[in-house]
Design a protein around this ligand. Structure first.
Ligand SMILES: NC(=O)c1ccc[n+]([C@@H]2O[C@H](COP(=O)([O-])OP(=O)(O)OC[C@H]3O[C@@H](n4cnc5c(N)ncnc54)[C@H](O)[C@@H]3O)[C@@H](O)[C@H]2O)c1
Length: 255
């Protein structure tokens, strides 16, 4: 873990996809910075474990089962944050999935809708519920896009479309809520060493390792390196940053 320290004492943060990888790293960093953390995910056992780890770091934490592709689940999630902690200061809309690589002509409608429903509609669902409560007090929201939101990737049409969509959604929402004191940004991670790239029949690990050699910094990123950018975007150090799509990719998108 890097040593950048923020003071988020008294702040409440919601992290979707918080059971694993980048979301887990962010949840733990928020907790060790004093924030009260809601870990939201469909993976219940792992999510409860992350909430316990966050508690052991001295923060307060709660796991909430939520499928971000469902608006009713996102509303219940934000309602839970308010009923349990009384406010919502930050949100990290990070839950996402990948699909096995295939050319667009072989991508089934099911896969297309599944990826778009989680990666793009999921961010929309969360945003819609979060801004409704943040309008009263301001806040900061970070959405997880990807380098695949900036460039194309062979065999990954649905994923690329979803992540390009997250960047457009982020920019539009930042314009909608800037005057309400809500900053909304996207991060664009490069290839990061998380369970997502470990496989699940997607050949993702091999492709990610090969692709990471194209980055200026010739390696995979760590979940902590991505989480650091999320905490920075939520902090007052980023008070003039909104509507940005921040590459955290070891220079992958620079080539
Ligand atoms: N790992 C990478 O190389 C990389 C690169 C760029 C962007 N990203 C993005 O970063 C985000 C986090 O990915 P990660 O690498 O930590 O992967 P991960 O698989 O470790 O974590 C993703 C988490 O999202 C959860 N999730 C999936 N569908 C969900 C749903 N419908 N509702 C709620 N939670 C759900 C999973 O259970 C899991 O805990 C994703 O949006 C991903 O697209 C990852």
């Amino acid at each position: 873990m890097t040593n950048v320290k923020h003071d988020f004492y008294g702040k409440v943060v919601l992290v979707t996809g918080g059971s694993s990888g980048i979301g887990r790293a962010a949840a733990l960093k928020f907790a060790s910075s004093g924030a009260q953390v809601i870990v939201a995910d469909v993976a219940e056992v792992a999510g409860k474990k992350v909430a316990e780890e966050a508690l052991s770091l001295g923060g307060q934490a709660l796991f909430v089962h939520a499928d971000v592709s469902r608006m009713d689940a996102c509303q219940a999630l934000v309602d839970k944050a308010i009923s349990h902690f009384g406010r919502l200061d930050f949100a990290f809309n990070n839950a996402g999935i990948i699909a096995p690589l295939c050319p667009v002509g072989s991508c089934s409608e099911d896969v297309w809708h599944k990826v778009l429903n989680v990666n793009l509609t999921g961010v929309f669902n969360c945003l819609k519920c979060e801004v409704a409560v943040m309008k009263a007090q301001g806040g900061a929201i970070v959405n997880t896009a990807s380098v695949m939101g900036l460039v194309g990737a062979q065999g990954a049409a649905a994923y690329c479309a979803s992540k390009h969509g997250v960047i457009g959604l982020t920019k539009a929402a930042a314009l909608d809520y800037g005057r309400d004191g809500i900053r909304i940004n996207a991060i664009c991670p490069g290839f990061v060493d998380t369970p997502m790239i470990e496989g699940n029949g997607t050949n993702a690990n091999k492709s990610a390792t090969v692709a990471s050699r194209r980055a200026a910094i010739r390696r995979l990123g760590t979940p902590d390196e991505i989480a650091d950018s999320v905490l920075w975007l939520c902090s007052d150090a980023a008070s003039f940053v909104t509507g940005a799509a921040l590459s955290v990719d070891g220079g992958f998108a620079a080539c």
